[in-house]
Design a protein around this ligand. Sequence first.
Ligand code: BDR
Ligand code: CA
Length: 318
Amino acid sequence: MENKKKKILILDGDPGHDDAIAMVLAAAFKDELDIRAITAVGGNQTLAKTTLNYRKIAALLNLKDVPIAAGRDKPLMTDLIIAPNYHGESGLDGPKLPDPISELSPLSAVELMAKTIKEAEDKVTIVATGPQTNVASLLLAHPELKEKIECISIMGGGLNHGNWTAAAEFNILVDPESMDIELRSGVPVIMSGLDVTEKAYVLPEEWDKFRNDNKVAKVVAEWCDFFYIHLKELGWPGALMHDPCAVMYLVHPEIFVAKDYYVEMELKGEYCRGATVPDYYGLTGNKPNCKCLLDVDREKFVEILSEAVRSFKEAEDE
Ligand code: BDR
Ligand code: CA
Protein backbone atom coordinates (compact mmCIF):
# COMPACT_ATOMS: atom_id res chain seq x y z
CA MET A 1 0.00 0.00 0.00
CA GLU A 2 1.17 3.53 -0.76
CA ASN A 3 2.74 5.11 2.32
CA LYS A 4 1.38 8.67 2.17
CA LYS A 5 2.61 11.31 4.59
CA LYS A 6 0.03 12.53 7.08
CA LYS A 7 -0.94 16.20 6.97
CA ILE A 8 0.07 17.99 10.16
CA LEU A 9 -2.97 19.85 11.46
CA ILE A 10 -3.91 22.67 13.78
CA LEU A 11 -7.64 22.85 14.49
CA ASP A 12 -8.96 26.29 15.35
CA GLY A 13 -12.63 27.00 15.99
CA ASP A 14 -15.55 27.90 18.22
CA PRO A 15 -17.42 24.67 19.01
CA GLY A 16 -20.30 24.68 18.10
CA HIS A 17 -22.00 21.48 16.91
CA ASP A 18 -20.52 21.45 13.42
CA ASP A 19 -17.04 22.42 14.71
CA ALA A 20 -17.36 19.43 17.05
CA ILE A 21 -18.27 17.11 14.18
CA ALA A 22 -15.34 18.53 12.17
CA MET A 23 -13.07 17.53 15.07
CA VAL A 24 -14.59 14.02 15.20
CA LEU A 25 -13.95 13.72 11.46
CA ALA A 26 -10.34 14.92 11.79
CA ALA A 27 -9.72 12.42 14.60
CA ALA A 28 -11.30 9.62 12.55
CA PHE A 29 -8.98 10.37 9.60
CA LYS A 30 -6.06 9.25 11.75
CA ASP A 31 -4.16 7.70 8.84
CA GLU A 32 -4.30 10.94 6.87
CA LEU A 33 -4.31 13.72 9.47
CA ASP A 34 -2.15 14.31 12.52
CA ILE A 35 -3.79 16.80 14.91
CA ARG A 36 -0.95 18.56 16.74
CA ALA A 37 -2.81 21.44 18.42
CA ILE A 38 -6.32 22.72 19.05
CA THR A 39 -7.07 26.39 19.59
CA ALA A 40 -10.35 28.01 20.59
CA VAL A 41 -11.73 31.37 19.56
CA GLY A 42 -14.73 33.41 20.66
CA GLY A 43 -17.55 32.91 18.14
CA ASN A 44 -20.61 30.72 18.50
CA GLN A 45 -20.25 31.36 22.22
CA THR A 46 -17.84 33.18 24.50
CA LEU A 47 -14.21 32.07 24.52
CA ALA A 48 -14.54 30.42 27.95
CA LYS A 49 -17.37 28.23 26.65
CA THR A 50 -15.80 27.31 23.30
CA THR A 51 -12.53 26.42 25.05
CA LEU A 52 -14.29 24.19 27.57
CA ASN A 53 -16.22 22.56 24.72
CA TYR A 54 -13.02 21.68 22.86
CA ARG A 55 -11.60 20.14 26.05
CA LYS A 56 -14.75 18.05 26.52
CA ILE A 57 -14.76 16.85 22.90
CA ALA A 58 -11.08 15.91 23.30
CA ALA A 59 -12.11 13.85 26.34
CA LEU A 60 -14.87 12.13 24.35
CA LEU A 61 -12.33 11.26 21.63
CA ASN A 62 -9.62 10.37 24.16
CA LEU A 63 -7.20 12.91 22.63
CA LYS A 64 -5.18 13.36 25.82
CA ASP A 65 -1.91 14.35 24.19
CA VAL A 66 -3.11 17.12 21.91
CA PRO A 67 -2.54 20.52 23.57
CA ILE A 68 -5.55 22.85 23.68
CA ALA A 69 -5.16 26.62 24.08
CA ALA A 70 -7.56 29.52 24.43
CA GLY A 71 -7.24 32.34 21.92
CA ARG A 72 -8.85 35.69 21.24
CA ASP A 73 -12.08 36.40 23.05
CA LYS A 74 -13.28 38.97 20.54
CA PRO A 75 -12.74 40.13 16.98
CA LEU A 76 -9.84 42.45 16.16
CA MET A 77 -11.93 45.60 15.76
CA THR A 78 -15.44 45.02 17.08
CA ASP A 79 -17.49 43.33 19.78
CA LEU A 80 -18.25 39.63 19.60
CA ILE A 81 -21.49 38.34 18.06
CA ILE A 82 -22.58 34.91 19.37
CA ALA A 83 -25.01 32.32 17.98
CA PRO A 84 -27.00 30.70 20.85
CA ASN A 85 -30.00 30.32 18.51
CA TYR A 86 -28.05 27.58 16.68
CA HIS A 87 -25.79 26.18 19.40
CA GLY A 88 -27.52 26.87 22.74
CA GLU A 89 -26.29 28.51 25.94
CA SER A 90 -23.23 26.28 26.34
CA GLY A 91 -22.34 26.64 22.66
CA LEU A 92 -22.70 22.86 22.42
CA ASP A 93 -26.08 22.04 23.93
CA GLY A 94 -27.50 18.53 23.70
CA PRO A 95 -25.76 15.37 24.95
CA LYS A 96 -23.83 15.40 28.21
CA LEU A 97 -20.10 15.25 27.53
CA PRO A 98 -17.28 13.88 29.71
CA ASP A 99 -15.23 16.30 31.80
CA PRO A 100 -11.86 17.39 30.36
CA ILE A 101 -9.05 14.85 30.76
CA SER A 102 -6.14 17.22 30.22
CA GLU A 103 -5.09 20.63 31.47
CA LEU A 104 -5.53 23.72 29.34
CA SER A 105 -2.24 24.80 27.75
CA PRO A 106 -0.63 27.77 29.56
CA LEU A 107 0.14 29.22 26.11
CA SER A 108 -2.17 31.51 24.18
CA ALA A 109 -3.61 30.18 20.91
CA VAL A 110 -1.12 32.25 18.90
CA GLU A 111 1.81 31.02 21.00
CA LEU A 112 0.70 27.40 20.68
CA MET A 113 0.13 27.71 16.93
CA ALA A 114 3.55 29.34 16.45
CA LYS A 115 5.31 26.71 18.58
CA THR A 116 3.55 23.88 16.73
CA ILE A 117 4.50 25.30 13.34
CA LYS A 118 8.13 25.99 14.34
CA GLU A 119 8.60 22.50 15.77
CA ALA A 120 6.86 20.64 12.93
CA GLU A 121 9.07 18.58 10.61
CA ASP A 122 6.90 19.61 7.67
CA LYS A 123 4.47 22.34 6.60
CA VAL A 124 1.35 22.67 8.73
CA THR A 125 -2.28 22.91 7.62
CA ILE A 126 -4.59 25.10 9.67
CA VAL A 127 -8.30 24.27 9.73
CA ALA A 128 -10.25 27.27 11.00
CA THR A 129 -13.97 26.82 11.55
CA GLY A 130 -14.88 29.93 13.52
CA PRO A 131 -14.13 33.64 13.17
CA GLN A 132 -10.61 34.00 11.78
CA THR A 133 -9.31 36.08 14.71
CA ASN A 134 -6.69 33.63 16.03
CA VAL A 135 -5.35 32.87 12.57
CA ALA A 136 -5.06 36.54 11.61
CA SER A 137 -3.35 37.27 14.93
CA LEU A 138 -0.84 34.50 14.17
CA LEU A 139 -0.13 35.92 10.71
CA LEU A 140 0.37 39.41 12.16
CA ALA A 141 2.59 38.27 15.02
CA HIS A 142 4.63 35.73 13.04
CA PRO A 143 4.90 36.68 9.36
CA GLU A 144 8.10 34.60 9.23
CA LEU A 145 6.01 31.43 9.70
CA LYS A 146 3.84 31.97 6.62
CA GLU A 147 6.13 29.85 4.47
CA LYS A 148 5.66 26.93 6.82
CA ILE A 149 1.88 27.02 6.51
CA GLU A 150 0.71 24.63 3.79
CA CYS A 151 -2.74 26.21 3.62
CA ILE A 152 -5.60 27.52 5.73
CA SER A 153 -8.79 25.55 5.17
CA ILE A 154 -11.63 27.63 6.51
CA MET A 155 -15.36 27.41 6.88
CA GLY A 156 -16.64 30.86 6.20
CA GLY A 157 -18.11 33.24 3.69
CA GLY A 158 -20.09 32.48 0.59
CA LEU A 159 -19.72 33.83 -2.90
CA ASN A 160 -23.38 34.49 -3.53
CA HIS A 161 -25.20 35.09 -0.26
CA GLY A 162 -24.98 35.17 3.52
CA ASN A 163 -26.72 33.48 6.42
CA TRP A 164 -26.45 36.15 9.12
CA THR A 165 -27.14 39.10 6.87
CA ALA A 166 -28.24 38.87 3.25
CA ALA A 167 -24.62 39.35 2.22
CA ALA A 168 -22.51 37.85 5.01
CA GLU A 169 -21.92 34.46 6.57
CA PHE A 170 -21.61 34.29 10.39
CA ASN A 171 -17.89 33.45 10.86
CA ILE A 172 -16.79 36.18 8.47
CA LEU A 173 -19.33 38.74 9.60
CA VAL A 174 -18.09 38.38 13.18
CA ASP A 175 -14.55 39.39 12.17
CA PRO A 176 -14.18 40.50 8.55
CA GLU A 177 -10.93 42.35 9.27
CA SER A 178 -9.28 39.06 10.22
CA MET A 179 -10.47 37.40 7.02
CA ASP A 180 -9.12 40.37 5.08
CA ILE A 181 -5.68 39.88 6.68
CA GLU A 182 -5.80 36.21 5.80
CA LEU A 183 -6.81 36.77 2.17
CA ARG A 184 -4.00 39.28 1.71
CA SER A 185 -1.39 37.15 3.50
CA GLY A 186 -0.16 35.16 0.51
CA VAL A 187 -0.87 31.90 2.36
CA PRO A 188 -3.12 29.60 0.27
CA VAL A 189 -6.71 29.78 1.54
CA ILE A 190 -9.32 27.10 0.88
CA MET A 191 -12.79 28.44 1.52
CA SER A 192 -15.70 26.17 2.34
CA GLY A 193 -18.35 28.85 2.06
CA LEU A 194 -22.12 28.55 2.12
CA ASP A 195 -22.03 27.74 -1.62
CA VAL A 196 -20.84 24.26 -0.69
CA THR A 197 -21.69 23.83 3.00
CA GLU A 198 -25.42 24.31 2.46
CA LYS A 199 -25.24 21.36 0.05
CA ALA A 200 -23.44 19.19 2.62
CA TYR A 201 -26.37 18.27 4.82
CA VAL A 202 -27.17 15.04 6.62
CA LEU A 203 -30.80 13.91 6.81
CA PRO A 204 -32.33 12.76 10.12
CA GLU A 205 -32.79 9.22 8.78
CA GLU A 206 -29.10 9.20 7.79
CA TRP A 207 -27.78 10.11 11.24
CA ASP A 208 -30.31 7.71 12.82
CA LYS A 209 -28.51 4.90 10.99
CA PHE A 210 -25.31 5.39 13.02
CA ARG A 211 -26.93 6.59 16.26
CA ASN A 212 -26.53 3.30 18.11
CA ASP A 213 -23.19 2.25 16.69
CA ASN A 214 -20.84 3.41 19.42
CA LYS A 215 -20.41 6.07 22.10
CA VAL A 216 -19.02 8.75 19.76
CA ALA A 217 -21.66 8.03 17.11
CA LYS A 218 -24.43 8.46 19.68
CA VAL A 219 -23.07 11.87 20.67
CA VAL A 220 -22.70 12.94 17.02
CA ALA A 221 -26.32 11.90 16.35
CA GLU A 222 -27.47 13.89 19.39
CA TRP A 223 -25.46 16.94 18.25
CA CYS A 224 -27.26 16.62 14.90
CA ASP A 225 -30.62 16.39 16.76
CA PHE A 226 -29.88 19.66 18.57
CA PHE A 227 -28.33 21.53 15.64
CA TYR A 228 -31.30 20.56 13.47
CA ILE A 229 -33.89 22.14 15.78
CA HIS A 230 -33.18 25.66 14.51
CA LEU A 231 -32.21 24.57 11.00
CA LYS A 232 -35.55 22.76 10.62
CA GLU A 233 -37.40 25.93 11.63
CA LEU A 234 -35.53 27.66 8.80
CA GLY A 235 -36.73 25.02 6.33
CA TRP A 236 -33.56 22.95 5.84
CA PRO A 237 -34.07 19.23 5.15
CA GLY A 238 -31.21 18.17 7.42
CA ALA A 239 -28.27 19.28 9.59
CA LEU A 240 -25.85 21.46 7.62
CA MET A 241 -22.29 20.17 7.95
CA HIS A 242 -20.63 23.56 7.44
CA ASP A 243 -17.41 23.02 9.38
CA PRO A 244 -16.79 19.35 8.49
CA CYS A 245 -16.37 20.46 4.84
CA ALA A 246 -13.10 22.21 5.79
CA VAL A 247 -11.73 18.88 7.07
CA MET A 248 -13.35 16.61 4.48
CA TYR A 249 -11.77 18.51 1.57
CA LEU A 250 -8.26 17.85 2.89
CA VAL A 251 -8.75 14.09 2.68
CA HIS A 252 -11.41 13.74 -0.03
CA PRO A 253 -11.00 16.63 -2.51
CA GLU A 254 -12.39 14.35 -5.23
CA ILE A 255 -15.97 14.71 -3.95
CA PHE A 256 -15.91 18.52 -4.25
CA VAL A 257 -16.04 21.03 -7.10
CA ALA A 258 -13.59 23.89 -6.50
CA LYS A 259 -12.54 27.02 -8.38
CA ASP A 260 -9.76 29.52 -7.76
CA TYR A 261 -10.82 33.16 -7.53
CA TYR A 262 -9.45 36.43 -6.28
CA VAL A 263 -11.70 37.14 -3.30
CA GLU A 264 -11.93 40.48 -1.56
CA MET A 265 -13.49 41.37 1.79
CA GLU A 266 -16.19 44.00 2.03
CA LEU A 267 -15.25 45.82 5.24
CA LYS A 268 -17.57 48.81 4.97
CA GLY A 269 -20.88 48.94 3.15
CA GLU A 270 -24.32 49.77 4.45
CA TYR A 271 -25.70 46.32 3.60
CA CYS A 272 -22.70 44.20 2.70
CA ARG A 273 -20.08 44.37 5.49
CA GLY A 274 -18.66 40.86 5.84
CA ALA A 275 -19.39 39.79 2.26
CA THR A 276 -16.69 37.77 0.49
CA VAL A 277 -16.61 39.23 -3.01
CA PRO A 278 -15.27 37.02 -5.84
CA ASP A 279 -13.72 38.47 -8.98
CA TYR A 280 -15.40 35.98 -11.34
CA TYR A 281 -14.22 37.65 -14.53
CA GLY A 282 -10.69 38.66 -13.53
CA LEU A 283 -11.70 42.34 -13.62
CA THR A 284 -9.26 43.40 -10.91
CA GLY A 285 -6.30 41.86 -12.70
CA ASN A 286 -5.29 40.15 -9.45
CA LYS A 287 -4.21 36.52 -9.31
CA PRO A 288 -6.55 34.14 -7.40
CA ASN A 289 -5.94 34.14 -3.64
CA CYS A 290 -8.55 31.59 -2.66
CA LYS A 291 -9.71 28.12 -3.64
CA CYS A 292 -13.48 28.33 -3.35
CA LEU A 293 -15.46 25.13 -2.88
CA LEU A 294 -18.67 25.32 -4.86
CA ASP A 295 -20.33 21.92 -4.82
CA VAL A 296 -20.11 18.49 -3.23
CA ASP A 297 -21.40 15.00 -3.93
CA ARG A 298 -23.74 14.94 -0.92
CA GLU A 299 -24.31 11.20 -0.87
CA LYS A 300 -20.59 10.43 -0.88
CA PHE A 301 -20.06 13.08 1.81
CA VAL A 302 -22.65 11.42 4.06
CA GLU A 303 -21.25 7.96 3.34
CA ILE A 304 -17.69 9.00 4.31
CA LEU A 305 -18.86 10.95 7.36
CA SER A 306 -20.98 8.01 8.57
CA GLU A 307 -18.09 5.57 8.10
CA ALA A 308 -15.78 7.93 10.00
CA VAL A 309 -18.21 8.13 12.90
CA ARG A 310 -18.61 4.34 12.90
CA SER A 311 -14.82 3.84 12.98
CA PHE A 312 -14.70 4.73 16.66
CA LYS A 313 -16.21 1.35 17.46
CA GLU A 314 -12.90 -0.52 17.32
CA ALA A 315 -11.14 2.10 19.41
CA GLU A 316 -13.76 1.75 22.12
CA ASP A 317 -13.56 -2.03 22.12
CA GLU A 318 -9.76 -2.02 22.54
C1 BDR B 1 -20.77 28.81 10.75
O1 BDR B 1 -21.31 29.54 11.84
C2 BDR B 1 -21.32 28.76 13.00
O2 BDR B 1 -22.53 28.87 13.69
C3 BDR B 1 -21.03 27.34 12.57
O3 BDR B 1 -20.27 26.67 13.57
C4 BDR B 1 -20.25 27.49 11.29
O4 BDR B 1 -18.87 27.60 11.54
C5 BDR B 1 -21.84 28.68 9.67
O5 BDR B 1 -22.21 29.95 9.22
CA1 CA C 1 -17.90 27.08 13.68
